[in-house]
Design a protein around this ligand. Structure first.
Ligand code: SF4
Length: 204
């Protein structure tokens, strides 16, 4: 919460790291970066994108927002609001310099929690864990730590971690979901998430 690395490096004017409630969970969700509102609330996914995300998680069986926050550790690739995009639409993507400075924080979170399931939200988080592939190829599938796909009918490997489930970004700035076929992929992904949550080694 006290990190000022990006300010000291001249990359951000203001640093206000956003972190979730300190829960211990086997499920970690990683987004791109906090938005403007989160910079004030200091709580991940507390803006409009969050409302959509919690609607998705409810579909996957995680209950309401309060229950989802108690069950899933919510974080992001970088922890501070990067500012608005120059185009005027949405937020600026964190730069590679910001990602590199923030990477140790995410690495520490993952090492401490050692999650069984990692939900990667949006292209940046998906690329971080599964490499550079189009979201069309990945959404609706589940991946082993090797980035190999876990087939739909395969038994869930309880001793392997983390499984990675990619989701699109719930922000209104993402146009990926405007395509009807992509909405079907999202429904498939949430269905798979529900089934994985049912298989959790220790239920949440
Ligand atoms: S984005 Fe990450 S590294 Fe940069 S100041 Fe915020 S917490 Fe620190």
């Amino acid at each position: 919460m006290a990190c000022r690395r990006c300010f000291e490096a001249g990359l951000l004017q203001r640093c206000a790291p956003v972190l979730p409630h300190p829960i211990r969970s086997q499920v970690v969700l990683v987004g791109q970066a906090p938005g403007r509102l989160e910079q004030e609330t200091r709580l991940p996914f507390s803006g409009r994108a969050g409302r959509e995300l919690f609607r998705w998680l409810k579909t996957a069986g995680l209950g309401d927002e309060e229950e989802a926050r108690a069950a899933v550790y919510l974080t992001s690739i970088t922890k501070c609001f990067p500012g608005p995009a120059r185009s005027g639409s949405g937020d600026r993507r964190p730069t590679s310099a910001e990602i590199e400075l923030c990477q140790p924080h995410l690495a520490d979170q993952l090492e401490l929690l050692d999650p069984w399931l990692l939900i990667a939200v949006g292209q940046m988080a998906i690329s971080r864990f599964l490499g550079d592939h189009a979201m069309d190829e990945l959404i609706g599938h589940v991946y082993l730590p090797s980035a190999e796909e876990l087939p739909l009918e395969a038994p869930v490997p309880l001793g392997v971690r983390p499984l990675v489930l990619p989701l699109p970004h719930p922000s209104g700035a993402s146009r990926w979901l405007n395509h009807e076929g992509h909405r079907t992929q999202l429904a498939t992904a949430l269905n798979r998430l529900r089934r994985l949550l049912d298989e959790l080694p220790v239920p949440i």
